[in-house]
Write a protein that binds this ligand. Structure first.
Ligand code: ZN
Length: 490
Protein backbone atom coordinates (compact mmCIF):
# COMPACT_ATOMS: atom_id res chain seq x y z
CA UNK A 1 0.00 0.00 0.00
CA UNK A 2 2.79 2.40 1.01
CA UNK A 3 4.42 1.98 -2.40
CA UNK A 4 1.47 3.60 -4.17
CA UNK A 5 2.07 6.82 -2.25
CA UNK A 6 4.81 9.37 -1.84
CA UNK A 7 5.34 11.14 1.47
CA UNK A 8 6.20 14.85 1.59
CA UNK A 9 7.60 16.30 4.82
CA UNK A 10 8.88 19.75 5.75
CA UNK A 11 10.38 20.67 9.13
CA UNK A 12 10.36 23.83 11.23
CA UNK A 13 13.01 23.71 13.89
CA UNK A 14 13.33 26.15 16.77
CA UNK A 15 16.85 26.35 18.16
CA UNK A 16 17.60 28.34 21.30
CA UNK A 17 20.68 30.49 20.71
CA UNK A 18 23.42 30.05 23.29
CA UNK A 19 23.42 33.49 24.90
CA UNK A 20 23.74 34.55 28.53
CA UNK A 21 20.91 37.07 28.25
CA UNK A 22 17.60 37.31 26.40
CA UNK A 23 17.13 38.69 22.88
CA UNK A 24 15.71 42.14 23.77
CA UNK A 25 16.63 42.65 27.45
CA UNK A 26 19.37 41.80 29.96
CA UNK A 27 17.50 38.99 31.82
CA UNK A 28 19.30 35.67 32.23
CA UNK A 29 18.43 32.72 29.95
CA UNK A 30 19.53 30.17 32.60
CA UNK A 31 17.41 27.01 32.64
CA UNK A 32 15.86 25.67 35.83
CA UNK A 33 15.76 28.92 37.86
CA UNK A 34 12.78 29.64 40.10
CA UNK A 35 9.68 30.50 38.05
CA UNK A 36 9.38 34.20 37.09
CA UNK A 37 12.75 35.10 38.64
CA UNK A 38 14.37 36.14 35.33
CA UNK A 39 11.93 38.80 34.15
CA UNK A 40 11.86 42.58 33.63
CA UNK A 41 9.45 45.16 32.14
CA UNK A 42 10.66 44.35 28.59
CA UNK A 43 10.08 40.59 28.64
CA UNK A 44 6.95 41.00 30.76
CA UNK A 45 5.58 43.28 28.06
CA UNK A 46 4.81 46.15 30.43
CA UNK A 47 3.57 49.36 28.76
CA UNK A 48 6.33 51.68 27.56
CA UNK A 49 9.19 49.17 27.83
CA UNK A 50 11.46 49.20 24.77
CA UNK A 51 13.31 46.21 23.27
CA UNK A 52 17.04 46.47 22.42
CA UNK A 53 18.56 43.76 20.22
CA UNK A 54 21.29 41.57 21.81
CA UNK A 55 24.37 41.69 19.54
CA UNK A 56 25.45 38.16 20.48
CA UNK A 57 22.17 36.83 19.04
CA UNK A 58 23.10 38.30 15.66
CA UNK A 59 26.61 36.83 15.76
CA UNK A 60 25.34 33.33 16.59
CA UNK A 61 22.59 33.51 13.97
CA UNK A 62 25.18 34.55 11.37
CA UNK A 63 27.38 31.61 12.32
CA UNK A 64 24.43 29.19 12.03
CA UNK A 65 23.40 30.68 8.68
CA UNK A 66 26.94 30.23 7.30
CA UNK A 67 27.12 26.60 8.48
CA UNK A 68 23.81 25.89 6.72
CA UNK A 69 24.83 27.64 3.47
CA UNK A 70 22.18 30.35 3.86
CA UNK A 71 22.46 33.81 2.29
CA UNK A 72 22.42 36.45 5.00
CA UNK A 73 20.27 39.46 4.08
CA UNK A 74 22.13 42.73 4.57
CA UNK A 75 18.88 44.22 5.87
CA UNK A 76 16.14 42.31 7.68
CA UNK A 77 13.01 43.42 9.50
CA UNK A 78 11.49 42.46 12.84
CA UNK A 79 7.73 42.03 12.76
CA UNK A 80 4.99 41.59 15.31
CA UNK A 81 3.12 38.31 15.13
CA UNK A 82 -0.16 38.97 16.92
CA UNK A 83 -2.04 36.32 18.86
CA UNK A 84 -3.43 35.85 22.32
CA UNK A 85 -2.09 33.19 24.62
CA UNK A 86 -1.71 33.16 28.42
CA UNK A 87 2.07 32.63 28.16
CA UNK A 88 2.50 35.59 25.78
CA UNK A 89 2.33 38.73 27.95
CA UNK A 90 2.62 41.32 25.15
CA UNK A 91 -0.15 39.76 23.06
CA UNK A 92 2.34 39.49 20.20
CA UNK A 93 5.66 37.80 19.51
CA UNK A 94 8.54 39.69 17.91
CA UNK A 95 9.59 37.57 14.93
CA UNK A 96 10.61 38.08 11.32
CA UNK A 97 8.23 37.67 8.42
CA UNK A 98 8.74 38.88 4.85
CA UNK A 99 12.33 40.07 5.32
CA UNK A 100 14.02 37.30 7.31
CA UNK A 101 17.60 37.21 8.58
CA UNK A 102 18.73 34.65 5.98
CA UNK A 103 17.35 32.57 3.09
CA UNK A 104 18.08 29.91 0.45
CA UNK A 105 20.32 27.45 2.29
CA UNK A 106 21.02 23.76 1.87
CA UNK A 107 22.75 20.79 3.48
CA UNK A 108 24.07 17.63 1.90
CA UNK A 109 23.98 14.81 4.42
CA UNK A 110 24.07 11.02 4.71
CA UNK A 111 20.67 9.39 5.21
CA UNK A 112 19.33 5.85 5.26
CA UNK A 113 16.11 3.95 5.85
CA UNK A 114 16.18 1.59 8.89
CA UNK A 115 15.12 -2.05 9.32
CA UNK A 116 12.83 -3.32 12.12
CA UNK A 117 15.78 -3.34 14.51
CA UNK A 118 16.57 0.27 13.71
CA UNK A 119 19.73 -0.54 11.74
CA UNK A 120 20.58 1.55 8.69
CA UNK A 121 19.93 -0.35 5.46
CA UNK A 122 21.87 1.76 2.93
CA UNK A 123 23.55 5.13 3.48
CA UNK A 124 23.43 7.62 0.62
CA UNK A 125 24.07 11.34 0.40
CA UNK A 126 21.11 13.62 -0.24
CA UNK A 127 20.67 17.38 -0.51
CA UNK A 128 17.90 19.11 1.46
CA UNK A 129 17.06 22.76 0.94
CA UNK A 130 16.46 25.28 3.72
CA UNK A 131 13.98 28.05 3.00
CA UNK A 132 15.03 30.46 5.74
CA UNK A 133 16.52 31.00 9.16
CA UNK A 134 14.98 33.91 11.04
CA UNK A 135 15.19 35.38 14.53
CA UNK A 136 12.43 35.52 17.09
CA UNK A 137 11.72 35.55 20.82
CA UNK A 138 10.36 32.58 22.75
CA UNK A 139 7.09 32.72 24.70
CA UNK A 140 6.67 31.76 28.36
CA UNK A 141 5.41 28.44 29.61
CA UNK A 142 2.05 27.37 31.05
CA UNK A 143 2.45 24.97 33.96
CA UNK A 144 -0.05 22.35 35.09
CA UNK A 145 1.62 19.17 36.30
CA UNK A 146 2.92 19.21 39.84
CA UNK A 147 1.27 22.57 40.65
CA UNK A 148 -0.48 23.17 44.01
CA UNK A 149 -3.98 23.56 42.56
CA UNK A 150 -4.72 21.18 39.66
CA UNK A 151 -7.77 23.18 38.59
CA UNK A 152 -5.67 26.26 37.75
CA UNK A 153 -3.11 27.14 35.08
CA UNK A 154 0.18 28.70 36.18
CA UNK A 155 2.57 30.64 34.00
CA UNK A 156 6.38 30.93 34.12
CA UNK A 157 7.78 33.80 32.03
CA UNK A 158 11.47 32.96 32.44
CA UNK A 159 11.51 31.73 28.83
CA UNK A 160 9.72 34.81 27.54
CA UNK A 161 12.24 36.64 25.35
CA UNK A 162 14.77 33.78 25.09
CA UNK A 163 16.39 34.07 21.62
CA UNK A 164 15.41 31.52 19.00
CA UNK A 165 16.47 30.79 15.45
CA UNK A 166 13.61 29.27 13.48
CA UNK A 167 14.97 27.11 10.68
CA UNK A 168 12.38 26.26 8.03
CA UNK A 169 13.13 23.55 5.48
CA UNK A 170 11.67 23.06 2.03
CA UNK A 171 9.24 20.08 1.80
CA UNK A 172 12.20 17.92 0.70
CA UNK A 173 11.93 14.86 2.95
CA UNK A 174 10.36 11.72 1.49
CA UNK A 175 10.42 9.51 4.60
CA UNK A 176 10.42 9.76 8.37
CA UNK A 177 14.06 8.64 8.46
CA UNK A 178 15.18 11.42 6.11
CA UNK A 179 13.54 13.91 8.47
CA UNK A 180 15.18 12.15 11.43
CA UNK A 181 18.67 12.22 9.85
CA UNK A 182 18.30 15.92 8.95
CA UNK A 183 17.20 16.80 12.48
CA UNK A 184 20.17 14.88 13.90
CA UNK A 185 22.50 16.68 11.51
CA UNK A 186 21.10 20.05 12.51
CA UNK A 187 21.45 19.30 16.24
CA UNK A 188 25.04 18.12 15.75
CA UNK A 189 26.03 21.06 13.56
CA UNK A 190 24.51 23.74 15.80
CA UNK A 191 26.22 22.24 18.82
CA UNK A 192 29.57 21.91 16.94
CA UNK A 193 29.58 25.61 16.16
CA UNK A 194 28.51 26.57 19.68
CA UNK A 195 25.21 28.12 18.56
CA UNK A 196 22.75 25.84 20.40
CA UNK A 197 23.35 23.19 23.06
CA UNK A 198 20.80 20.90 21.37
CA UNK A 199 19.24 19.82 24.66
CA UNK A 200 15.77 18.64 23.68
CA UNK A 201 14.62 17.79 27.23
CA UNK A 202 15.20 21.40 28.27
CA UNK A 203 13.49 22.66 25.13
CA UNK A 204 16.62 24.17 23.50
CA UNK A 205 15.73 22.37 20.28
CA UNK A 206 12.12 21.78 19.21
CA UNK A 207 10.55 20.54 16.03
CA UNK A 208 7.24 20.92 14.17
CA UNK A 209 6.61 18.90 10.99
CA UNK A 210 4.32 19.38 8.00
CA UNK A 211 3.37 16.07 6.43
CA UNK A 212 1.22 15.03 3.47
CA UNK A 213 0.95 12.08 1.13
CA UNK A 214 0.17 11.96 -2.60
CA UNK A 215 -0.09 9.26 -5.24
CA UNK A 216 3.32 8.55 -6.69
CA UNK A 217 3.83 10.63 -9.84
CA UNK A 218 1.23 13.26 -8.85
CA UNK A 219 2.27 16.88 -9.36
CA UNK A 220 0.22 18.50 -6.64
CA UNK A 221 0.88 18.12 -2.97
CA UNK A 222 -1.69 16.37 -0.79
CA UNK A 223 -3.44 18.17 2.08
CA UNK A 224 -0.90 18.77 4.78
CA UNK A 225 -1.16 18.22 8.49
CA UNK A 226 1.03 20.03 10.99
CA UNK A 227 2.51 17.98 13.84
CA UNK A 228 3.45 20.22 16.77
CA UNK A 229 6.02 19.92 19.57
CA UNK A 230 7.95 16.81 18.56
CA UNK A 231 10.44 17.03 21.38
CA UNK A 232 12.66 14.03 20.78
CA UNK A 233 14.16 12.34 17.74
CA UNK A 234 12.18 9.19 18.50
CA UNK A 235 8.88 11.05 18.81
CA UNK A 236 9.54 12.85 15.52
CA UNK A 237 10.15 9.60 13.66
CA UNK A 238 7.28 7.67 15.30
CA UNK A 239 4.75 10.49 14.93
CA UNK A 240 5.62 10.85 11.22
CA UNK A 241 5.22 7.11 10.63
CA UNK A 242 1.88 7.10 12.41
CA UNK A 243 0.68 10.13 10.48
CA UNK A 244 1.74 8.74 7.08
CA UNK A 245 -0.19 5.51 7.79
CA UNK A 246 -3.20 7.45 9.05
CA UNK A 247 -3.37 9.65 5.96
CA UNK A 248 -2.97 6.73 3.53
CA UNK A 249 -5.65 4.73 5.36
CA UNK A 250 -8.01 7.74 5.23
CA UNK A 251 -7.54 8.13 1.47
CA UNK A 252 -7.78 4.38 0.79
CA UNK A 253 -11.09 4.29 2.70
CA UNK A 254 -12.45 6.94 0.35
CA UNK A 255 -12.06 9.80 2.83
CA UNK A 256 -10.23 13.12 2.67
CA UNK A 257 -7.31 14.29 4.79
CA UNK A 258 -8.32 17.40 6.74
CA UNK A 259 -5.91 20.32 7.04
CA UNK A 260 -5.25 20.63 10.76
CA UNK A 261 -2.72 20.74 13.56
CA UNK A 262 -2.16 17.49 15.49
CA UNK A 263 -0.25 16.55 18.61
CA UNK A 264 1.69 13.36 19.30
CA UNK A 265 0.57 11.37 22.33
CA UNK A 266 3.48 9.19 23.39
CA UNK A 267 1.49 7.04 25.85
CA UNK A 268 -0.96 5.94 23.18
CA UNK A 269 1.44 6.19 20.20
CA UNK A 270 -1.13 8.24 18.28
CA UNK A 271 -1.58 11.76 16.96
CA UNK A 272 -4.59 13.80 18.06
CA UNK A 273 -6.29 16.75 16.42
CA UNK A 274 -5.54 20.03 18.21
CA UNK A 275 -7.22 22.55 15.93
CA UNK A 276 -8.57 22.56 12.37
CA UNK A 277 -7.84 25.03 9.59
CA UNK A 278 -11.02 26.99 10.40
CA UNK A 279 -9.54 27.87 13.76
CA UNK A 280 -6.14 28.74 12.28
CA UNK A 281 -4.68 32.12 13.24
CA UNK A 282 -4.40 35.20 11.14
CA UNK A 283 -1.36 36.75 12.78
CA UNK A 284 -1.73 40.22 11.26
CA UNK A 285 2.02 40.64 10.93
CA UNK A 286 3.32 44.20 10.76
CA UNK A 287 6.81 45.72 11.17
CA UNK A 288 7.87 46.17 14.80
CA UNK A 289 7.84 49.94 15.36
CA UNK A 290 10.23 49.80 18.33
CA UNK A 291 13.13 48.14 16.48
CA UNK A 292 15.07 49.54 13.51
CA UNK A 293 15.82 47.28 10.52
CA UNK A 294 18.66 44.87 11.28
CA UNK A 295 21.65 45.79 9.11
CA UNK A 296 24.44 43.24 8.75
CA UNK A 297 27.86 44.28 7.48
CA UNK A 298 30.46 42.09 5.78
CA UNK A 299 32.85 42.48 8.69
CA UNK A 300 30.49 40.66 11.06
CA UNK A 301 29.92 37.88 8.53
CA UNK A 302 33.64 37.42 7.82
CA UNK A 303 34.47 37.31 11.53
CA UNK A 304 31.91 34.53 12.06
CA UNK A 305 33.12 32.66 8.97
CA UNK A 306 36.66 32.72 10.34
CA UNK A 307 35.48 31.26 13.64
CA UNK A 308 33.60 28.33 12.08
CA UNK A 309 35.27 25.04 13.06
CA UNK A 310 35.50 22.02 10.78
CA UNK A 311 31.89 20.76 10.61
CA UNK A 312 30.87 17.25 11.60
CA UNK A 313 30.24 16.02 8.06
CA UNK A 314 33.63 17.18 6.76
CA UNK A 315 35.32 15.71 9.82
CA UNK A 316 33.54 12.39 9.38
CA UNK A 317 34.76 12.10 5.80
CA UNK A 318 38.28 13.05 6.88
CA UNK A 319 38.31 10.41 9.65
CA UNK A 320 37.47 7.77 7.04
CA UNK A 321 40.12 8.98 4.56
CA UNK A 322 42.88 9.94 6.96
CA UNK A 323 42.55 7.24 9.64
CA UNK A 324 40.92 4.41 7.66
CA UNK A 325 37.96 4.22 10.04
CA UNK A 326 34.70 2.50 9.11
CA UNK A 327 31.72 4.71 8.29
CA UNK A 328 30.03 3.57 11.47
CA UNK A 329 32.99 4.33 13.75
CA UNK A 330 33.62 7.67 12.06
CA UNK A 331 29.95 8.62 12.51
CA UNK A 332 29.96 7.79 16.19
CA UNK A 333 33.27 9.59 16.79
CA UNK A 334 32.07 12.80 15.12
CA UNK A 335 28.73 12.84 16.93
CA UNK A 336 29.93 15.68 19.13
CA UNK A 337 32.88 18.04 18.84
CA UNK A 338 34.27 16.84 22.21
CA UNK A 339 34.20 13.18 21.09
CA UNK A 340 35.91 14.00 17.79
CA UNK A 341 38.62 16.06 19.49
CA UNK A 342 39.20 13.36 22.13
CA UNK A 343 39.60 10.71 19.44
CA UNK A 344 41.92 12.80 17.33
CA UNK A 345 44.21 13.61 20.26
CA UNK A 346 44.36 9.91 21.23
CA UNK A 347 45.01 8.74 17.67
CA UNK A 348 47.80 11.29 17.10
CA UNK A 349 49.60 10.48 20.35
CA UNK A 350 49.24 6.70 20.14
CA UNK A 351 49.96 6.45 16.41
CA UNK A 352 47.26 3.77 16.23
CA UNK A 353 43.95 5.24 15.05
CA UNK A 354 42.01 1.99 14.77
CA UNK A 355 42.91 0.86 18.29
CA UNK A 356 42.10 4.35 19.57
CA UNK A 357 38.64 4.20 17.96
CA UNK A 358 37.99 0.72 19.39
CA UNK A 359 39.07 1.57 22.92
CA UNK A 360 37.06 4.78 22.94
CA UNK A 361 33.87 3.39 21.42
CA UNK A 362 33.82 0.17 23.43
CA UNK A 363 35.57 0.20 26.81
CA UNK A 364 35.70 3.94 27.48
CA UNK A 365 32.12 4.65 26.41
CA UNK A 366 30.93 1.76 28.60
CA UNK A 367 32.66 3.24 31.65
CA UNK A 368 31.30 6.67 30.81
CA UNK A 369 27.76 5.34 30.52
CA UNK A 370 27.90 3.58 33.88
CA UNK A 371 29.15 6.75 35.58
CA UNK A 372 27.01 9.15 33.48
CA UNK A 373 29.95 11.32 32.33
CA UNK A 374 30.61 12.78 28.90
CA UNK A 375 33.74 13.60 26.93
CA UNK A 376 34.07 17.05 28.43
CA UNK A 377 34.79 15.57 31.87
CA UNK A 378 36.13 12.06 31.26
CA UNK A 379 38.77 11.21 33.94
CA UNK A 380 41.13 9.49 31.46
CA UNK A 381 42.94 12.03 29.28
CA UNK A 382 43.60 11.27 25.59
CA UNK A 383 47.33 11.21 26.42
CA UNK A 384 46.81 8.61 29.17
CA UNK A 385 44.69 6.41 26.90
CA UNK A 386 47.29 6.75 24.12
CA UNK A 387 50.05 5.66 26.53
CA UNK A 388 48.04 2.54 27.39
CA UNK A 389 47.52 1.72 23.71
CA UNK A 390 51.28 2.09 23.16
CA UNK A 391 51.90 -0.41 25.98
CA UNK A 392 49.67 -2.95 24.22
CA UNK A 393 51.33 -2.36 20.87
CA UNK A 394 54.79 -2.85 22.32
CA UNK A 395 53.75 -6.11 24.03
CA UNK A 396 53.99 -4.59 27.51
CA UNK A 397 50.45 -5.71 28.42
CA UNK A 398 47.88 -7.94 26.74
CA UNK A 399 44.62 -6.55 25.40
CA UNK A 400 42.81 -8.58 28.05
CA UNK A 401 44.85 -7.06 30.86
CA UNK A 402 44.41 -3.62 29.38
CA UNK A 403 40.63 -3.84 29.89
CA UNK A 404 41.16 -4.12 33.65
CA UNK A 405 43.86 -1.46 33.53
CA UNK A 406 41.53 0.99 31.79
CA UNK A 407 38.76 0.44 34.35
CA UNK A 408 41.23 1.26 37.12
CA UNK A 409 42.59 4.27 35.23
CA UNK A 410 39.02 5.48 34.96
CA UNK A 411 38.30 4.97 38.65
CA UNK A 412 41.57 6.38 40.01
CA UNK A 413 42.74 8.86 37.37
CA UNK A 414 46.20 7.20 37.46
CA UNK A 415 48.35 6.23 34.49
CA UNK A 416 48.46 2.78 32.89
CA UNK A 417 52.12 2.40 33.93
CA UNK A 418 51.36 3.03 37.61
CA UNK A 419 48.45 0.59 37.57
CA UNK A 420 50.34 -2.17 35.77
CA UNK A 421 53.19 -2.10 38.26
CA UNK A 422 50.67 -2.06 41.11
CA UNK A 423 48.94 -5.12 39.60
CA UNK A 424 52.20 -7.09 39.88
CA UNK A 425 54.07 -6.22 36.76
CA UNK A 426 53.50 -6.20 33.09
CA UNK A 427 52.86 -8.97 30.61
CA UNK A 428 55.05 -12.08 30.70
CA UNK A 429 56.56 -12.78 27.30
CA UNK A 430 59.56 -14.76 28.48
CA UNK A 431 59.46 -18.23 26.87
CA UNK A 432 61.02 -20.10 29.77
CA UNK A 433 58.57 -18.61 32.25
CA UNK A 434 55.65 -19.45 30.00
CA UNK A 435 57.02 -22.96 29.41
CA UNK A 436 56.78 -23.51 33.19
CA UNK A 437 53.09 -22.54 33.18
CA UNK A 438 52.48 -24.76 30.13
CA UNK A 439 54.13 -27.77 31.78
CA UNK A 440 51.99 -27.32 34.87
CA UNK A 441 48.81 -27.05 32.79
CA UNK A 442 49.61 -30.22 30.85
CA UNK A 443 50.60 -32.20 33.95
CA UNK A 444 47.35 -31.26 35.69
CA UNK A 445 45.15 -32.39 32.79
CA UNK A 446 46.31 -35.81 31.49
CA UNK A 447 42.86 -36.75 30.16
CA UNK A 448 42.60 -33.68 27.93
CA UNK A 449 46.18 -34.27 26.76
CA UNK A 450 45.24 -37.80 25.69
CA UNK A 451 42.16 -36.53 23.80
CA UNK A 452 44.22 -33.82 22.12
CA UNK A 453 46.80 -36.32 20.94
CA UNK A 454 43.98 -38.60 19.70
CA UNK A 455 42.99 -35.81 17.29
CA UNK A 456 40.73 -33.46 19.27
CA UNK A 457 42.92 -30.42 18.46
CA UNK A 458 40.21 -27.94 19.45
CA UNK A 459 41.31 -28.61 23.04
CA UNK A 460 44.19 -26.20 22.48
CA UNK A 461 41.81 -23.45 23.57
CA UNK A 462 41.20 -25.26 26.85
CA UNK A 463 44.96 -25.42 27.54
CA UNK A 464 45.44 -21.74 26.65
CA UNK A 465 42.75 -20.96 29.21
CA UNK A 466 44.52 -23.03 31.87
CA UNK A 467 47.84 -21.28 31.23
CA UNK A 468 46.21 -17.84 31.35
CA UNK A 469 44.60 -18.77 34.67
CA UNK A 470 47.90 -20.02 36.13
CA UNK A 471 49.64 -16.79 35.05
CA UNK A 472 46.82 -14.61 36.42
CA UNK A 473 46.17 -13.35 32.90
CA UNK A 474 49.68 -11.96 32.49
CA UNK A 475 51.07 -14.44 29.96
CA UNK A 476 51.45 -13.09 26.43
CA UNK A 477 48.78 -15.06 24.50
CA UNK A 478 50.87 -15.18 21.31
CA UNK A 479 53.83 -16.79 23.09
CA UNK A 480 51.49 -19.13 25.02
CA UNK A 481 50.06 -20.39 21.74
CA UNK A 482 53.49 -21.11 20.24
CA UNK A 483 54.93 -22.76 23.32
CA UNK A 484 51.76 -24.76 23.97
CA UNK A 485 51.57 -26.19 20.45
CA UNK A 486 55.17 -27.32 20.62
CA UNK A 487 54.65 -28.92 24.03
CA UNK A 488 51.39 -30.68 23.10
CA UNK A 489 52.91 -32.18 19.99
CA UNK A 490 56.20 -33.32 21.49
ZN1 ZN B 1 13.73 40.81 30.71
Amino acid sequence: MRDKYETVIGLEIHAQLNTESKIFCGCSTRFGDEANSNVCPVCLGLPGALPVLNRRVVELAARAALALNLNINSRSIFSRKNYFYPDLPKGYQISQYDRPFSEHGWVEIPTSERDELGHATEWRTKKFCITRLHLEEDAGKSLHEGMPDPTRSYVDLNRSGVPLAEIVSEPDFRSSWEAYDYMQYLRRTLSYIGVCDGNMEEGSLRCDANVSVRLRGANEFGTRVELKNLNSFRFLQKALEYEIDRQIATIEAGGKVVQETRLWNEHESKTYSMRSKEEAHDYRYFPEPDLPPLVIDDELIEKQRAELPELSEARRRRFIDEYGLSLDDASQLTDSRETAEYFEATARTSGNAKASANWILNELVREMKSSATDFSSVPVSPEALAAMIKMIDSGGISGKMAKDVLVRMYQTGRTAEEIVSEMGGSQVSDEAAIRAFVDRAIAANPKQLEQYRAGKTSLVGFFVGQVMKLSSGRANPQVVNDVLKKALES
